[in-house]
Design a protein around this ligand. Structure first.
Ligand code: SF4
Ligand code: MG
Length: 322
């Protein structure tokens, strides 16, 4: 598989203002030097505790929010420098599906207008072509052409997410960021939407970045998984290897807190102390050091561990493997 999206040292800082003069007093470093390669045709999961920067990362990759620093290369093109016009063209290639379909759909539109809208803005398809594609899409996402004249609020949450997926697909993208695509849905509906995304991947040659806090979802749908902690990627690996034998102490803790079927396993649970530190003032060296059960001394506090492939072909950022 070739790399489709190459993300290097991506940063997104939000200024914090304060004091009587309301001056900039610091930054929230939501994403702080995150690097990741996404291969063509794969489903890559991005996991981590809430507030670790996952969503900001997804949006910054698409330039829906402007990165502070770093680069994103999409299919060989550095899009961090792309002009507004070029970005508009790139919107055809890169789309996003949000957690809350209802709030991302204009309630005053009919379903066919919702699906057609991106085609109007981003493609030069004729009205007939747009209509034909809309009819195809509504069936491909498991609804029917009879639904096209109805209003979005007449549909269930799962059906609305299907409509949002059809809308994202309308411009024929190659890469879709799915930001917690099923987290707002009932468990019984989640699996159906995940299976739909999987079917569509083959049919439309899609590459996915699936942002999710739910490990069971990630295990079910992803080919590889990236783990984020305080704005940095700390481990990346094939899903099975990462779940069976996590390398980074943070990944180990994250996975051990997932409820398991067998009771004996509970003894293995690693309990992380405290909340993640503030992204305004991240710890020195390895950011995980104040909470790390494997802490090996001053090197952890003083030196930033590099995210790189180790001898056993596993990629993580931890001094244990130096
Ligand atoms: Fe723990 Fe040190 Fe590895 Fe960080 S570098 S995860 S503190 S052992
Ligand atoms: Mg697949």
């Amino acid at each position: 598989h070739d790399t489709l999206v190459e993300i290097q040292e991506l940063k997104k800082y939000y200024p914090v203002t304060g004091g009587v003069l309301n001056r900039r007093v610091g930054d929230v470093k939501a994403v702080d030097g995150a690097s990741l390669d996404i291969k063509e045709g794969e489903t890559l999961g991005l996991v981590g505790e809430s507030g670790c920067g996952k969503s900001t990362f997804g949006r910054s990759v698409l330039r829906l929010t402007e990165p502070t620093d770093g680069s994103v290369v999409f299919d060989g093109e550095d899009i961090t420098e792309a002009s507004k016009d070029r970005l508009r063209e790139l919107r055809q290639e890169m789309q996003i599906v949000f957690q809350d379909a209802a709030s991302s759909i204009n309630p005053r539109m009919r379903v066919h207008e919702v699906i057609e809208e991106p085609m109007k803005w981003l493609t030069d398809l004729s009205e007939e072509e747009r209509e034909a594609r809309t009819r195809q899409l509504i069936e491909d996402v498991g609804l029917s052409v009879d639904h096209l004249q109805r209003a979005p609020h007449e549909f269930s949450g799962g059906q609305q997410q299907r409509i949002a997926i059809a809308r994202a697909l309308s411009v024929n993208p190659r890469f879709i960021v799915c930001d917690e695509p099923t987290s707002a849905l009932d468990v019984s509906v989640q699996a159906k939407i995940l299976n739909l995304l999987d079917d569509l991947q083959d049919e439309y040659n899609l590459t996915y970045l699936v942002i999710n806090h739910d490990m069971s979802v990630v295990k079910h749908v992803c080919d590889r998984v990236a783990v984020m902690y305080l704005g940095k990627i700390v481990e990346v690996g094939p899903t099975d290897e990462l779940f069976d034998n996590p390398k980074h102490p943070y990944t180990q803790a994250l996975l051990s807190s997932v409820p398991r079927a067998s009771k004996e396993k509970l003894d293995d649970q690693i309990v992380l102390e405290g909340n993640p530190p503030s992204p305004e003032d991240p710890p020195t060296g390895c950011r995980f050091h104040p909470r790390c059960p494997e802490y090996i001394g001053s090197v952890c506090e003083e030196e930033k561990p590099e995210l790189r492939e180790r001898e056993d072909k596993r990629t993580c950022a931890c001094h244990l493997y130096e």
